[in-house]
Design a binder for this molecule. Structure first.
Ligand code: 16G
Length: 241
């Protein structure tokens, strides 16, 4: 409830109340929110204050607006701990979701100079280029492009790629994945990317690039992934240095 005598600003109290309703399931993903006018009447406050609270919740990803239709509760973001080197399949299984992939293209191409440098192979040496939409419970979460040396990883097939790449590398090819470096940047999705990810045009997205190495230091993969910014949140625990 709203406490007008509290030192906490009213918009903040509304935000907290809505967040609580979302967390405890009283408000479910895609539920329509009452209008600003209804909230203003219910709480006996100005519509401006309601709008401020709702704007903040839209900006923080708890709610989303649809032109001409209103404001709705957003799906909860997946919280991904930044510990350990894991695959998409492992990440989804760990949270009880069903991973799957939609293969967009799978080719062997000559390595560009940039990819060759990162994979420490000759320019124009054969590399796999694998483009996949990664889905969790059938919802597109990320678009991933992987480059790997075709001389290092032999015998990749469409069937394998539709399952788990890391599982194949470790269990079938006998190689040991060691470590990776990863960068995170914000970006804006292209029109084609928004179609694949089923998000509105010009949505913000997270560009994640990973360079993975085998235990012996050989570069294994160069990956460019676009993760849905409305569905992902990364957490990291840091110790004071
Ligand atoms: C993750 C990795 C990607 C790796 C893939 C293997 C990021 C940014 N990317 O999506 O580098 O190729 O897992 O997944 O985390 P798979 O074993 O399910 O095919």
């Amino acid at each position: 409830m709203i406490d007008k005598s509290s030192p906490l600003p009213i918009y903040f109290q509304i935000e907290e109340q809505l967040k609580k309703q979302i967390d405890n399931g009283e408000l479910q993903p895609h539920d329509a929110l009452p209008s600003e006018r209804e909230y203003a009447e219910q709480f006996q406050i100005s519509r401006m204050t309601v709008r401020q609270a709702i704007n903040n919740l839209v900006n923080d990803g708890y709610l989303y607006r649809q032109k001409g239709r209103g404001t709705f509760v957003a799906e909860k973001k997946l919280e991904q701990q930044l510990v350990g080197l894991t695959s998409f399949t492992e990440d989804m299984k760990a949270r009880g979701m069903e991973p799957s992939s939609k293969l967009l293209s799978f080719e062997i191409i000559p390595a560009s100079e940039k990819i060759a440098t990162q994979l420490q192979i000759d320019t124009y040496a054969p590399v796999y280029e694998i483009k996949r939409i990664r889905l969790a419970d059938n919802v597109p979460m990320a678009l991933e492009t992987v480059y790997m040396s075709a001389n290092l990883i032999k015998g990749l097939t469409e069937e394998i790629i539709n399952q788990s790449l890391y599982q194949y590398i470790e269990n079938q090819s006998g190689l040991k994945i060691g470590q990776a470096t990863q960068t995170f940047e914000s970006s804006i999705a292209s029109d084609a990317e928004t179609v694949h990810l089923k998000i509105p045009k010009r949505s913000p997205i997270l560009l994640i690039q990973r360079n993975t190495y085998l235990e012996n230091g050989t570069p294994l993969e160069v990956v460019r992934s676009l993760y849905r910014a409305d569905r992902y949140k990364f957490t990291i625990t840091m110790a004071r240095m």
